[in-house]
Design a protein around this ligand. Structure first.
Ligand code: CTP
Length: 404
């Protein structure tokens, strides 16, 4: 999985204080066997020198779009064709705007336009710049075109502020490159997932349910299979086809879901609670259809078991991931849930907003774990699931092998 032997990485560096971290990434990529061609923008050379990057990459650095020496040898079109992947580390707000608009006014932007290779960006900027509507607009446009964003992470920034905009660390970026080329990052890992709603019966014909479609959980199951995992999916009642390679167990109530999970959780490596499990169920289920008699009616509800918390509380618990759908302050509530349920990671999202969430094809998530967070911007649930699985795999492997 580590081997990048023979892979050709065109590594663009744009102007930003995080550029110094690109030096370490070039070194790590080279150590994994990749060939790395560094391309510096003018602004980047204010932060790192071509000499240093030539030394770590073992190749002359490219900077000038109209350099006659290089155009005579490997010109910019050949270079664009040469790459198996284009990686921009760090990607500044200005560069992302340039790319979103399709400008070809420097060598790196030209190469990005001219290449058929996949492009990944590792954004780094001041948190206000990241959150600016113009930047978010550009992010959306780039993602819609299939350009992948790795990060940014959140935390202390070089400018003294705190927030989203920190570049991912070189090791995390290396891992993303490795997963890109050998998607079997989770080869042989056992994953158990819950998905969809639960139905809590009142009588033979009625139930208490919710609006979960199961799409996120099913997309996650697909993405885990693609990453090489052996996947078991405990699904509530949903109208979705079973993804290829997934072992599906259908259940209806929260108690059935809990039983199905507990029967299978032993020996599982990662547990993801994606189901919208009813917190309460009717205390009694009528044997016959309930008839209307009075103007009012009371139904007494009792608490359902918290499946996620029970899995996390097991001795030798798997790496546990939960979801928190909130109508306000998603990160605040999600972090409280993460700590209360003692789970490794939580994916928070805002529901009740016009876009995203239940019954939608698109969603945005904020992933929170002890000492870290990552924002996965609005995208379709399939793409979102792939990104979520990449981060889960990274955190799972880091937890199992702390030296990574
Ligand atoms: N979950 C679970 N078993 C339950 C309830 C929830 O496994 N009985 C899991 C869900 O799959 C999800 C997370 O826990 O991963 C959601 O947490 P929860 O506290 O139940 O969310 P809400 O019901 O929205 O909580 P609250 O009403 O307290 O906001």
């Amino acid at each position: 999985m580590n081997g990048l032997a023979g892979k050709r990485i065109l590594l663009g560096i744009t102007g930003g204080i995080a550029a110094y971290k690109a030096i370490e990434l070039v070194r790590l990529l080279g150590k994994s066997g990749a060939e790395v061609q560094v391309v510096l923008t003018g602004a980047a050379s204010q932060f790192v020198t071509p000499m240093t990057l030539q030394a770590v990459s073992g190749r002359p650095v490219r900077q000038d779009q109209f350099d006659p020496a290089h155009e005579a040898a490997m010109g910019h079109i050949e270079l664009a064709r040469w790459a198996d992947m284009v990686l921009v580390v760090p990607a500044s707000a200005g560069f992302m705007a340039r790319l979103a608009s399709g400008f070809a006014d420097n060598l790196l932007a030209t190469l990005c336009l001219a290449t058929a290779a996949p492009i990944a960006l590792a954004p780094a900027m001041n948190q206000q710049m990241w959150q600016n509507a113009a930047t978010q607009d550009n992010v959306m446009r780039l993602q819609q075109r299939g350009i992948v964003l790795w990060g940014p992470a959140s935390g202390d920034q070089a400018c003294g502020e705190t927030g989203p905009g920190r570049m991912l660390e070189p090791e995390a970026l290396l891992y993303r490159v490795q997963s890109h080329f050998s998607p079997g990052a989770l080869d042989g890992v056992r994953v158990l997932l819950t998905a969809g709603p639960t139905r809590e019966p009142l009588d033979p014909v009625r139930f208490i349910g919710n609006r979960s479609s199961g799409k996120m959980g099913f997309s996650l199951a697909t993405a885990f299979v693609a990453a090489g995992a052996r996947v078991e999916l405990v699904a509530g009642p949903v109208a979705l086809a079973t993804p290829a390679g997934v072992d599906r167990i259908d259940v209806e109530t929260a108690c059935e879901m809990e039983q199905a999970v507990m029967d299978r959780v032993g020996g599982c490596d990662i547990f993801v609670g994606c189901a919208a499990v009813a917190d309460y169920r009717p205390e009694r289920i009528a044997n016959q259809k309930i008839k209307k008699h009075n103007d009012e009616m009371e139904i007494r509800l009792v608490r359902n078991p918290d499946i996620l918390a029970r899995v996390a509380a097991r001795p030798a618990a798997p790496f546990t991931v939960g979801f928190a759908a909130e109508t306000q302050d998603p990160e605040g509530y999600a972090e409280k849930k993460r700590i209360a349920k003692r789970i490794d990671m939580i994916a928070a999202n805002l529901v009740g907003a016009p876009e995203g969430g239940f019954e939608r094809d698109e969603n945005a998530l904020t992933l929170l774990w002890e000492g870290g967070r990552e924002q996965l911007p609005m995208s379709d649930k399939r793409q979102l699931a792939e990104r979520l699985v990449a981060v889960v795999a990274e955190r799972y492997l880091a937890a199992r092998h702390p030296s990574r």
